[in-house]
Design a protein around this ligand. Structure first.
Ligand code: CA
Length: 241
């Protein structure tokens, strides 16, 4: 119910004031003015800005410089996931297979050793070439792995001073070790990482490969590899001079 044109006597103004009173008829509500809720100390007056909360902005991680490092791409009948190299089939010491989820999609790599490949050259092991790194730059290689055997595994990065992997494979110059990690049996999946510096200018490409480094080990031995990644390591900004 709306009543227009009510008048009342305003003692302060000493005049009659026209008001509009809007009354809502509802269950339990009468016609009348409701006082505003008392202002509490944490409510700013109108027109005042206040900080409600501060949420730190998480910077997105740099893109992974290893292509297909999540192992999601593995062509049918291919011996290795896209961009990766399989262990040497003629040597026959280890095999890799796609690790699939319940939906059938490949999400990781299962490698099974029947004997140690500790004496083998890394280009003949499960490996990947990284050809898009900058000189004199610090990078972090990281991976997730489940080592189901007690054997010591070794993952190592090399710098070849040539322009392409094809040239590296025929080069007589020994590659330079940039860094490595080793680990034994893991508790489920574990993340392991190492940092490396690429070295001076000039043509180069980097190989990262994995081997069962225990000559005397337990076989068959199994590692499930996931999330091989190379990302630049953020260096703190130098203070202004
Ligand atoms: Ca994955």
């Amino acid at each position: 119910m709306t009543v227009h044109g009510s008048y009342f006597w305003d003692r302060t103004q000493r005049r009659c004031t026209k008001v509009t009173c809007i009354c809502l008829l509802a269950a339990g509500l009468g016609c009348g003015w409701q006082p505003a809720a008392p202002r509490t100390s944490d409510v700013p007056p109108p027109g005042t800005m206040m900080t409600v909360s501060v949420t730190p902005i998480e910077l997105a991680p740099a893109p992974n410089l290893i292509q297909n490092g999540d192992f999601s791409a593995w062509q049918a009948d291919a011996s290795a996931p896209d961009y990766f190299g399989a262990p040497d089939a003629a040597r026959g010491v280890s095999v890799i297979e796609p690790e699939r989820g319940e939906d059938g999609a490949v999400w990781a790599v299962r490698q099974t050793w029947s004997a140690s490949d500790a004496i083998d050259a890394y280009p003949k092991l499960f490996h990947v070439w990284v050809t898009n790194l900058k000189p004199d730059t610090r990078y972090r290689f990281s991976l997730r792995v489940r080592n189901e055997s007690p054997n010591l595994m070794l993952v190592r990065a090399f710098r070849y001073a040539v322009r392409t992997p094809a040239e590296a494979l025929v080069s007589n110059d020994p590659p330079q070790v940039l860094g490595n990690i080793s680990f034994g049996q893991t508790q489920g999946f574990e993340e392991h990482a190492f940092d490396f510096q690429t070295g001076g200018a000039g043509d180069f490409c980097v190989l990262i490969g994995a081997k069962n480094n225990a000559v005397e080990g337990t076989f068959p031995a199994v590692c499930v590899w996931d999330e091989w990644a190379v990302r630049p390591v953020a260096t703190p900004q130098a203070p202004p001079q």
